[in-house]
Design a protein around this ligand. Structure first.
Ligand code: BDR
Ligand code: CA
Length: 315
């Protein structure tokens, strides 16, 4: 089988952790590296979280490296109200033996991509885009190595931290600007679809029944995540944002997308960090540069999560 190589860039983060679980589980994917970024918590905490998740799931050979702890221009923003004090409140882990790769996360990304064939690797960012933008600026030759960037971020409708902006883009709009103007093919998995995959208690119970180590992790993560989502947004089930990225690589039919021009607002005050997706071609201000996810097969998504968890039955 021809495995699709994926490089994750993440800020775990409950939903980031589930995306790591998927990327390692599926035989269709080969997880080649993980760079970590500050976002849901500080870089120290998100790095420990990534290492803990990898160790727990037996992902010992994949390098994990700490990347940028601050955004390009604006002050750092974190999200303890959703992800807790550690950034991954809920599960408990054994003492950590997996070590971070000594390279900077940006360097790990560059090294991994430069060692690849042209258009070989999918880069999957599920946090602020600081590392990816920095890597593009430091070593522009990586652009041709990337098959596609499949990112969780933005929305063509409303945001979740301001009426206009989604958290990952809002944390570092200038970095997002660099990525969206880089010329790399992009799939934008925004709130428009991730808010459709709500992890209701029935879903948590369904995954709990599998009763293996991945299901225990899923349950511990999502019970906490659902509690904070209820407190902050009033929802019964939290949107399982980040795993939509890998799920859409596993099943290319999962999403309905619209190829159009997306620009990141880095100039206005009210809409700072908004992804303006011209899906109705109102403005025609630029060439299409992004496949914007506009719909998702929700049932299929949960089947992919379930199968991903089941793969750990014998791992
Ligand atoms: C995004 O923000 C983070 O809190 C989640 O991990 C996800 O990547 C959703 O806006
Ligand atoms: Ca995330």
């Amino acid at each position: 089988m021809n495995k699709q190589k994926v490089f994750l860039d993440c800020d775990p983060g409950h939903d980031d952790a589930i995306n790591i679980m998927l990327a390692h589980a599926y035989p269709e994917l080969e997880l080649v590296g993980i760079s970590v970024v500050a976002g849901n918590q500080t870089i120290e905490k998100t790095t420990i979280n990534a290492l803990n998740v990898c160790q727990y799931l037996g992902i010992m050979d994949v390098p994990v490296a700490a990347g940028c702890g601050n955004a390009m221009v604006k002050p750092r923003e974190i999200c303890p109200e959703i992800h807790g004090k550690t950034g991954l409140d809920g599960p408990t882990f054994e003492p950590l033996v997996k070590k971070a790769d000594p390279r900077h996360g940006v360097q790990l990304m560059i090294d991994t991509l430069m060692a690849a064939e042209d258009h070989e690797i999918m880069v999957v960012p599920t946090g602020p885009l600081t590392n990816v933008a920095m890597a593009i600026r430091m070593e522009p030759r990586i652009i041709q190595k990337i098959k596609r960037i499949v990112l969780m971020g933005g929305s063509y409708q409303n945001g979740n931290v301001t009426p206009a902006a989604e958290f990952n883009i809002h944390c570092d709009p200038e970095a997002a600007y660099v990525v969206f103007t880089s010329g790399v093919p992009i799939t934008m998995v925004g709130l428009d679809v991730t808010r459709k995959v709500l992890c209701y208690p029935e879903i948590v119970d369904r995954m709990a029944k599998i009763d293996n180590k991945a299901s225990h992790l899923f349950v511990d993560l999502m019970r906490f995540f659902n509690k904070t989502q209820k407190e902050v947004f009033g929802w019964e089930g939290g949107p399982t944002h980040d795993p939509v990225t890998c799920a859409s690589i596993i099943d290319p039919e999962l999403l309905t997308t619209k190829f159009c021009h997306v620009s990141v607002d880095i100039k206005s005050e009210e809409s700072y960090g908004r992804t303006n997706a011209d899906i109705f071609e109102f403005f025609r201000r630029g060439e299409p540069n992004c496949d914007v996810a506009v719909d998702i097969n929700v049932e299929r998504f949960w089947d992919i999560i379930e199968q991903g968890i089941r793969y750990y039955g014998d791992k």
